[in-house]
Design a protein around this ligand. Structure first.
Ligand SMILES: *[C@@H]1O[C@H](CO)[C@@H](O)[C@H](O)[C@H]1NC(C)=O
Ligand SMILES: *[C@@H]1O[C@H](CO)[C@@H](O)[C@H](O)[C@H]1NC(C)=O
Length: 261
């Protein structure tokens, strides 16, 4: 398991959204997943014990067409571009998207999501630059020293859906963490959120697919779900009520996890 920062391609959540939006690829996450459908044969949510060595489950990993789209633009290139729903007509002209295009719809959704109130018990921010991401982390962690984790890319030969067996599972962190979810937009935007409850955990889990490929994605476990919506798709998938158990999920390929160093 290398310790280099790797780009990965393992979004189960994306599949939920593919179903939800009828084939249109969108990577909204968290809040917007709540109306998503659970595909019964994909294990998108798990308990900590499911990450134990030897367990097998079917997973969906989504390919990433263009990993460069995940990289932030230099701050000075986007500083003067407004980032608000109010400016959408002007932004569509600027990026040359027609108002009824898929891109326009995605921009509208991202802007509205970024302007919505944070979920109760969280603070959040849409970061449009690496600097704003680090500022948020500094504010939450009280330190400049941040580790950024991503899950690795799958090889082109890996089937999108297959059973995976846990070869190794390492708890790497308990405490404050900031998951940052990629949002569809003409330049890189990440929705970063910090749950005020303490004790969330991060794992690196080595999985072997039936075709022999090994992937080592990051898993996040939310330990205290007591303030969550009972209708949250993940809780429903696990058959648990808010607060009854932790909820773990894979960190999708496009996302980042910020931890204090
Ligand atoms: C995974 O394994 C189970 C049990 O062997 C099997 O029923 C299921 O079809 C497999 N799923 C995939 C995607 O191969
Ligand atoms: C879980 O979080 C709630 C607030 O959302 C808090 O009241 C409760 O004490 C926490 N439970 C544990 C076991 O930390």
């Amino acid at each position: 398991m290398g310790n280099e920062v790797v780009y990965c391609s393992c979004s189960i959540l994306l599949l939920l959204l593919l179903v939800k939006v009828g084939g249109e690829v969108s990577s909204n996450n968290g809040v917007s997943m709540e109306q998503g459908q659970v595909i019964p044969w994909i294990k998108a949510y798990s308990l900590i014990k499911d990450l134990d060595v030897g367990n097998t489950w079917p997973f969906y990993f989504s390919p990433i067409q263009d990993p460069t789209s995940l990289e932030f633009f230099p701050e000075d290139q986007i500083r003067d571009i407004p980032f608000s729903s109010e400016a959408l007509p002007q932004l569509l002209r600027f990026f040359s998207f027609s108002p009824d295009s898929r891109q326009a719809m995605a921009m509208k959704q991202t802007l509205e999501f970024c302007e919505s109130e944070p979920v109760v018990g969280e603070v959040s921010l849409c970061a449009t630059s690496f600097e704003s991401l680090l500022d948020f982390a500094r504010h939450v962690f009280g330190s400049d020293r941040v580790t950024i984790l991503r899950s690795p890319l799958l090889s082109d030969s890996t089937p999108l859906v297959q059973n995976y067996t846990v070869l190794e599972s390492k708890e790497i962190w308990t405490g404050k963490m900031i998951p940052c979810h990629y949002q569809p937009y003409p330049y890189a935007v990440y929705h970063c959120h910090f749950e005020l409850v303490s004790g969330n955990k991060a794992f690196i889990v080595s999985l072997r697919g039936e075709n022999g490929d090994t992937v080592t994605p990051v898993f996040i476990c939310h330990v205290n779900t007591s303030s969550w919506d009972a209708n949250y798709v993940g809780l429903r998938a696990l058959g648990r009520k808010p607060g009854e158990s932790e909820l773990c999920h894979l960190l999708p390929a496009k996302d980042q996890l910020l931890l204090p160093k």
